[in-house]
Write a protein that binds this ligand. Structure first.
Ligand code: GLN
Ligand code: ZN
Length: 762
């Protein structure tokens, strides 16, 4: 039996194999490239990416997914949605205005940036309101023409669908103004599609990822209305309505929307989508985009298994054309694994980045349409690589499996409840009212970074580097004493990154050479790879912390990154559940906590800034995730004495909807980033009581500005209207590693003055 199967892609990494994209844009910002040169360089990257996809045999190639910063911002700019605080007089948005919206300028602050669903990509939040939208340029059309004229590629233009675009935007009231904004924007979408049709474009990929979040009956009505209008007004174009990151909510209704094709994620939404497909079938005659290759992880695909799955899908959707594709845009994976020759072979051979994933897509498609023979090589090499990885001793540490197997009986509660600990800690520590502290890191100056470079390159010996770090610790311990801070930190000078630092020391982690992915704008990150069982080898932070403590009579806080943050900021093995991996990390970190306590470090902060980031897309799945995340944190922190004070830190402001879980962490003290929306956060404590130690950041560390004492006292006053002064701590928003020394010292002095003023009033 042969089927109508094609291979397709949904989006390609834009950053370039050597991050040329980042370098070009940053050179433009620095005035080292002019606009013409920037266009030249980015065009080259874009065409290279298209050629690459064609040469790999991908039949359906996306165009218009490339961007100069962010593809959501591109949509806003295409519709002339320039926030009113920036000057703009209509027409195509200039490059400088475009970057001003993304990054701010002298005139006005940037638009807000937020996470793209549950990924680590961040988009610029479109701001509706003020200006009336207009079509300033038909971006997909420009991209389509370019690919056609320059490369002869008949690409498939990509757009973000109106339903998701509105869901991702702010500045309007969804309940009362949805229809208004549909009236404003839908005609522009229609125009874009009509112009594409006139150009001879047959298919357009319209991304509607918001359909995988919780969708109400009203939402479906809204989506239906949008696509009915499009079908009526631009009937010549076929739309592939593409979803990803999860199973669609309300499958039956979504697949029957009036569009020619539906794209489903059979990786991250496998269970839900497959069950729904079996139960409800798939509308006859519609094209099915089947996401069969993981677009969010870096492992080779088990092609034999996916072929079976594909056959099963084909059986249900027998009357449909099927497109084999990645589960989502490949922008979430690095460009090519070819550079990773220095990794251990068993790991190297099991990696698949964008380039390799497209080979897998092509092979899978070929295997079901023309037979497996021509692609058997890849099927086999993937099978062997995955087998070898599964058998590798790094993945089979019996002690780790045994420990995680016993997790249910592991201690995950402190010896005593908070009220008792609080009393004992009060007697032990004698802290003043409103104790002052910082979040951990102090300025990573050029000097610190260059020292680390020299050490990494071997130009500096371990001793040289260690003594450099010690000098810095010493300098900052005296500075903190001089400033009058109550609970000190060592400053984290030995760490470049809070996850990488631990990953480099924990067995089970590996680091790629070129595994960069875009995080936001030109910022790229290289997530660690958790490929084996995570285990504790030897103390990771004791040396520096113990040294810092030896220099002062004030308490020094130990500083660790928590299990959930390490998990959420890494590429994780896919043969175990995330929960299992979280427990492995938690058990390893517990040993570090215990080692610190043994070394006399009796205040220990376990940072979890990424706890919220891992929340599933559907509300009904939150509880499960929060349960095991909280448990992992507690496994890490529960075995210490009552008098040992556990701190944690988080940096986001939406707190109200997970406050119970945050309380369940049972940390003696939490510090939270708040300054940017202090009012909002404090407000959430009017509705929910919080009865453990807490510090709401009293100044924003993202700016070099030195905040005045008055600004901080007003923050404190506001917070103390709802929080108990006996439990309140004074701290900046987050770590200070990106700040300069001078401004840091001045700001912290003001912070201590603010605390003193309050104490004097009491
Ligand atoms: N302890 C870390 C620091 O101060 C916390 C960083 C973070 O929250 N992202 O740098
Ligand atoms: Zn932070």
């Amino acid at each position: 039996m042969s089927y109508t199967v094609k291979s397709g892609n949904l989006g390609y990494p834009r950053i370039g194999g050597q991050r040329e994209w980042k370098k070009a844009i940053e050179a433009y910002w620095a005035g080292k490239l002019d606009e013409q040169q920037l266009h030249g360089q980015l065009t080259e990257i874009r065409l290279h990416n298209l050629r690459k996809q064609r040469d790999q045999g991908i039949e359906i190639i996306p165009v218009g997914d490339f961007t100069y910063y962010d593809h959501v911002l591109d949509m806003a700019a295409m519709f002339g949605l320039v926030p009113e605080r920036f000057s703009y007089s209509g027409g195509e948005v200039s490059l400088d205005t475009y970057y001003a919206i993304a990054r701010g300028n002298k005139e006005a602050p940037a638009s807000e940036m937020t996470k793209w669903f549950n990924t680590n990509y961040h988009y610029i939040v479109p701001e509706l309101g003020g200006r009336k939208p207009q079509l300033t340029i038909n971006r997909p059309l420009v991209a389509y023409r370019e690919a056609k004229e320059k490369l002869g590629i008949d690409g498939r233009p990509v757009l973000i669908g109106l339903y998701s675009f509105l869901k991702l935007s702010k500045g309007f009231n969804e309940a009362t103004e949805w229809d208004h904004w549909v009236e404003q924007l839908l005609p522009l979408y229609v125009q874009v599609l009509q112009e594409l049709a006139a150009e001879g474009v047959a298919w357009v990929q319209v991304d509607e990822p918001s359909l995988v979040t919780s969708v109400s009956a009203e939402d479906i009505t809204r989506a239906r209305a949008i696509y009915e209008t499009i079908q009526r007004k631009a009937p010549e174009v076929s739309i592939l309505l593409q979803t990803y990151f999860e199973a669609v909510d309300r499958y039956e209704e979504v697949v029957s929307l009036p569009v020619a094709g539906i794209g489903l994620d059979f990786i991250h939404g496998l269970d839900g989508n497959l069950a729904a497909l079996r139960k409800y079938g798939f509308p006859a005659g519609k094209t099915l985009g089947a996401g069969m290759v993981d677009g969010r992880n870096i492992w080779r695909t088990d092609l034999y298994r996916q072929k079976q799955l594909l056959l099963e899908i084909l059986e249900v959707a027998a009357d449909s054309e099927i497109i084999v594709q990645p589960s989502c845009s490949l922008l979430h994976v690095p460009v090519s694994a070819k550079q990773e020759q220095t990794l251990v072979p068993v790991l190297r051979d099991a990696l698949s980045f964008a380039e390799e994933k497209l080979d897998e897509v092509a092979a899978l498609s070929a295997a079901v349409s023309t037979g497996i023979d021509s692609v058997k090589g890849l099927f086999e090499s993937n099978r062997i690589a995955l087998d070898n990885l599964a058998k590798d001793p790094a993945r089979n540490r019996a002690n780790v499996a045994a420990a995680v197997g016993k997790i249910a009986s592991e201690p995950a509660s402190r010896g005593s409840e908070f009220a008792i600990r609080r009393k004992k800690q009060k007697e032990k520590w004698h802290l003043p009212l409103l104790p002052t502290t910082t979040i951990g890191s102090f300025p990573q100056t050029a000097e610190v970074r260059s020292a680390r470079q020299k050490w990494r390159k071997g130009e500096w010996s371990q001793e040289q580097y260690d003594s450099f770090i010690k000098e810095h610790i010493q300098q900052w311990i005296s500075l903190q004493e001089e400033i009058g801070i109550d609970v000190l930190v060592h400053g984290e000078f030995e760490r470049t990154d809070m996850v990488e630092f631990f990953g480099e020391k924990l067995p089970g982690f590996a680091f790629t050479k070129g595994g960069w992915v875009q995080s936001y704008g030109t910022r790229c990150v290289k997530p660690p790879v958790i490929y084996g069982d995570v285990d504790f080898d030897q103390p990771m932070t004791v040396k520096e912390t113990e040294y810092a403590q030896s220099l002062t009579n004030k308490p020094v806080k130990g500083m660790l990154t928590g299990p959930i943050t390490i998990l959420n900021w890494s590429f994780v093995r896919s043969d175990l559940s995330r929960e299992q991996v979280a427990y492995q990390i938690a058990l390893a970190l517990r040993k570090e906590v215990e080692a610190l306590e043994r070394a006399g470090i009796e205040m220990i902060q376990v940072d979890e800034p990424a706890l919220r980031e891992g929340l599933p897309l559907k509300r009904e799945d939150w509880a499960g995730y929060l349960d095991w995340s909280v448990k992992a944190f507690r496994v890490t922190t529960s075995t210490v004495r009552d008098t040992t004070q556990i701190h944690t830190h988080m940096c986001y402001c939406e707190f109200h909807d997970i406050i119970d879980s945050i309380r369940a962490l049972d940390a003696d003290v939490i510090s939270i980033e708040t300054s940017r929306s202090h009012g909002e956060l404090v407000h959430s404590f009017e509705e929910h009581t919080y009865d453990l130690g807490i510090g709401l950041g009293v100044y924003d560390i993202h700016s070099p500005r030195v905040p005045s004492v008055e600004e901080m006292t007003s923050m404190i006053d506001r917070a103390l209207q709802v929080l108990d002064p006996e439990l309140f701590w004074i701290n900046p928003d987050c770590g200070l590693k990106t700040r300069g020394v001078d401004e840091t010292v001045k700001s912290l002095k003001n912070m201590v003055l603010a605390a003193n003023q309050y104490r004097a009033k009491e």
